[in-house]
Write a protein that binds this ligand. Structure first.
Ligand code: HEM
Length: 557
């Protein structure tokens, strides 16, 4: 009684603030009744809780039923309307249960490469498709060759790469795929750009030299330290824009920066929109997206050029010589399809998004592989010198750099930029390699397995061997270069939507590497001169953005 009265006499606010401590005391005494109350200071332990233990247990018991009911409802809804039930017939890499699969998704996010490797090893032989848990959805992957081929051969009206991009990049908002989602500009890369690669070598080469000089300025014979990632982004943006818009715009620092930033904006906005409930996405996009401003800036650069080229064409008539760049091809394309100038500018921005970061990341990986295996430098240099001596800076010379090709391809094999590649969404219920795939399923391929399969690559699968492809070409008689895509070479995706820009990309990667080898001495600017660890986030990986290298001008013999 005296305890009660003491407690009652305390002001209400004090009693309230003590509630958590009292609750803890009660739980503690229930869980460990024999232990002394070591966690509770003596002046507090003399108080009496306003909630006697039995009352609290009653309260908890009262809450238990609604909590259980709520959990059962969530579980039922997840099972009834979620993807898990529709994909129940497909083997799971982890828990298949609609709720427990989130635990698998969590484990997968922590170390996705190891997760998929370990789970893949456990798949029973004869399995056709498997599914990988994500936080947002399941990813369905072909397990065998027949299923992989079914995926690569499936037509666009069954599996859509555009719908997949619309989902994971929120491309309707970020890349304005609501306007340019028909992708009519993509064939220009396969046709006009790839056909012009030979003619473009002198220009690409000139731009590569100018961009390297600008981003890695050196004087005398001193070593100088550079942060690689931002420098390479600029270099690749400039080189690519030499063939996208030509001179002088490709050297305009502000235009280049706007395009590089735009790509980052697209990624950031795709995360923001992913976290936004679908009905609010339009609004959030309108309120926070920096992309419309980027569009206005790019329009400021491109519109005068578009106008000038049209005026020139009108003035010169039959004597007009079109500029050999993507902008000219896009202007013609827009004319054929009756599209306005906004359409052209959006397509140019979308192309820029696809060319800068991918090439820069692939090059960083190859560059860091070279710095960590300097034993290959002399052989690669010798090859470059021989090819240039024989053919000058030409397409033939670049094509003949076989060791360089193998080196970059081997770097792509072992340094992946994500564990899955080639996302497609099933646009209707369908059957692929004999298995039912429901509408809306995200299909994709396992890069980790493709690039590290001991069965395919043999016992040296874990070794970095740039001669691997030269040997394989001799043995099989099949061409096997950076640009070759197959079930075991997925860096450029798969099937009919594999990267059409890979021929240009291979050319620029090789040209830049050739110039670095000929004109620079190089090493890591790190303590042990070792390669900094790649950075993984979820299913994606990028070369360490803090990597610094030491460069100095190379004295040529
Ligand atoms: C090393 C550099 C590059 C890498 C690693 C790369 C990689 C990829 C990948 C993985 C895809 C998806 C393929 C699929 O879904 O199956 C893709 C698509 C695409 N890439 Fe690249 N790419 C690179 C450079 C380029 C360049 C330079 C261009 C343009 C000149 C380009 C234009 C495209 C286009 C337009 C698509 C979409 C194709 C379609 O939907 O049909 N890429 N790229």
């Amino acid at each position: 009684m005296s305890f009660f009265s003491r407690a009652i006499r305390r002001p209400r606010c004090v009693r309230r603030s003590l509630r958590p401590i009292h609750s803890f005391q009660h739980c503690y005494s229930i869980l460990a009744p024999d232990l002394p109350s070591i966690f509770v200071p003596p002046h507090i332990s003399t108080f009496v809780s306003p909630y006697p233990p039995t009352a609290m247990l009653e309260a908890l018991r009262g809450l238990a039923t609604p909590a259980l009911l709520a959990a059962a409802t969530v579980y039922f809804l997840a099972w009834r309307f979620g993807e898990s039930r529709r994909l129940a017939h497909i083997y799971s890499l982890g828990f298949s249960d609609p709720v427990l699969s989130y635990w698998s998704a969590f484990l997968m996010q922590i170390d996705s490469k190891r997760y998929i490797q370990k789970q893949w090893e456990r798949v029973p032989p004869g399995t056709k498709w498997v599914k990988l848990p994500g936080f947002i959805r399941w990813y369905v992957l072909p397990f065998g060759t027949e299923e992989f081929q079914a995926l690569t051969r499936a037509s666009d009206d069954i599996v859509s790469s555009t719908e997949a991009v619309n989902e994971y990049l929120h491309a309707r908002h970020t890349l304005r795929n609501d306007i340019i989602g028909d992708g009519i500009q993509v064939p220009l890369i396969n046709t006009e750009l790839t056909r012009s690669l030979g003619e473009l070598v002198p220009e690409v080469n000139e731009e590569a030299l100018a961009a390297l000089d600008e981003m890695f300025p050196l004087e005398g014979n001193e070593w100088k330290s550079f942060l690689v990632s931002p420098a390479l982004l600029q270099i690749f943006a400039k080189v690519a824009n030499r063939v996208l818009v030509g001179l002088p715009l490709c050297r305009d620092a502000s235009y280049i920066k706007t395009n590089v930033d735009f790509a980052v904006n697209v990624i950031v906005m795709s995360f923001v929109l992913c976290a936004t409930p679908p009905p609010l996405r339009d609004l959030v996009d309108r309120l926070v997206s920096p992309i419309p401003k980027k569009f206005e800036r790019i329009r400021g650069y491109l519109q005068p050029i578009i106008d000038a080229r049209r005026a020139e064409k009108e003035k010169l008539g039959a004597e007009y010589e079109p500029h050999p760049d993507m902008l000219s091809w896009m202007i013609d394309l827009a004319e054929q399809h009756g599209r306005d100038d906004r359409d052209i500018i959006l397509r140019m921005m979308s192309t820029n998004f696809g060319v800068i970061h991918t090439a820069s990341m692939n090059f960083q990986h190859a560059f860091y592989s070279l710095l960590s295996m300097p034993q290959y430098m002399e052989e690669l240099r010798a090859e470059v010198v021989q090819c240039i001596d024989e053919h000058g800076w030409s397409k033939t010379a670049v094509d003949n750099m076989k060791l360089m090709d193998g080196f970059i391809k081997e770097s792509q094999r072992l340094n992946i930029i994500g564990i899955i590649i080639g996302n497609r969404i099933a646009t209707k219920d369908c059957t692929l390699a004999g298995v039912f795939i429901p509408k809306g399923t995200m299909l994709t391929a396992n890069v980790v397995e493709a690039h590290n399969s001991r069965d395919f690559w043999g016992p040296t699968v874990d070794e970095f061997d740039p001669y691997r492809y030269i040997r394989m070409e001799k043995e099989t008689g099949k061409k096997l270069g950076i640009v070759t895509t197959s079930a075991n070479s997925l860096s450029f995706g798969l099937g009919r939507h594999s990267c059409p820009g890979r021929f240009f990309a291979a050319q620029e990667l090789k040209l830049l590497m050739a110039h670095l080898l000929l004109d620079y001495e190089m090493k890591f600017d790190t303590k042990e001169q070792s390669r900094p660890k790649d950075v993984w986030f979820g299913m994606s990986c990028m070369p360490n953005p803090n990597t610094r290298v030491l460069l100095r001008k190379r004295v040529k013999a």
